[in-house]
Design a protein around this ligand. Structure first.
Ligand code: DX5
Ligand code: ZN
Length: 217
């Protein structure tokens, strides 16, 4: 199934509740929540209190993308804040399997992510251990960057590695997704599509609706 996951990093934070209601009404099943620590990535976004606050206002699946070093330290707190899916970066930990196990111990879905410079082969030991693989299609850290064209080959290679093992694990893409390339990333093998600027710049509800339509066609 193809799933749109609007990224609130690009939302208008003074109207966050309304922006979330808009993408929910448009039919987006997931809400992508980018957590940045200023160390794994240069920027700092938001953390537990924000997630807790919006949790009380939304039934969407909270797809939490941790761009933080040593993510194991915070898994429990993100679960308690309301995360449904927790994705961490392979590059951010020496113990990916322990992070996966910790997320699963709370009954939550675990995702593992690679940056544009990390080869897909690095995912190999975890393919049958995670619920989702996030192939970053921009350098993590900021919204509004252009899609890196070489990502198509990485998406295809990731889907092939999964298919070869008989796995139908979700493949997520994040960064630079627009109305112009969404069909192409899906054709390459992605099925969970993060979109920040292309949803929240302008009319979020209309943009999300349009993207969902393109995903179905
Ligand atoms: C970047 C974040 C993305 C970001 C995507 O580090 O992980 O989720 O919000 O933004 P757009 O869709 O604008 O590239
Ligand atoms: Zn993200």
């Amino acid at each position: 199934m193809n799933i749109l996951s609007p990224s609130i990093l690009a939302a208008d934070f003074k109207n966050l509740g309304q922006q979330i209601a808009d993408v929910d009404a448009a039919g987006a099943p997931y809400l992508h929540v980018d957590v940045m620590d200023g160390t794994f990535v240069p920027s700092i976004s938001f953390g537990m209190p924000v997630i807790k606050s919006i949790r009380s206002a939304s039934d969407m699946v909270f797809d939490v993308h941790l761009m933080i070093v040593d993510p194991i330290r915070y898994i429990e707190e993100f679960v308690k804040s309301g995360a449904d899916i927790i994705t961490f970066h392979l590059e951010a930990t020496d113990e990916p399997q322990a992070v996966i196990d910790k997320i699963h111990s709370f009954g939550k879905k675990a995702g593992i992510s690679i940056k544009p410079g990390t080869p897909v082969e690095a995912l190999e030991p975890y393919l049958d251990k995670v619920d989702m693989i996030l192939v970053m299609t921009v350098e993590p850290g900021f919204g509004g960057q252009p899609f890196i064209e070489s990502s198509y080959d990485k998406i295809k290679a990731t889907r092939k590695m999964l298919n070869d093992r008989g796995l139908d694990t979700d493949v997520q893409v994040d960064g630079g997704i627009t109305k112009d390339n969404i069909k192409k990333v899906i054709a390459a093998g992605a099925n969970v599509i993060v979109a920040g600027s292309s949803v929240f710049r302008g009319d979020a509800r209309e943009n999300a609706k349009e993207l969902i339509k393109l995903m179905e066609a």
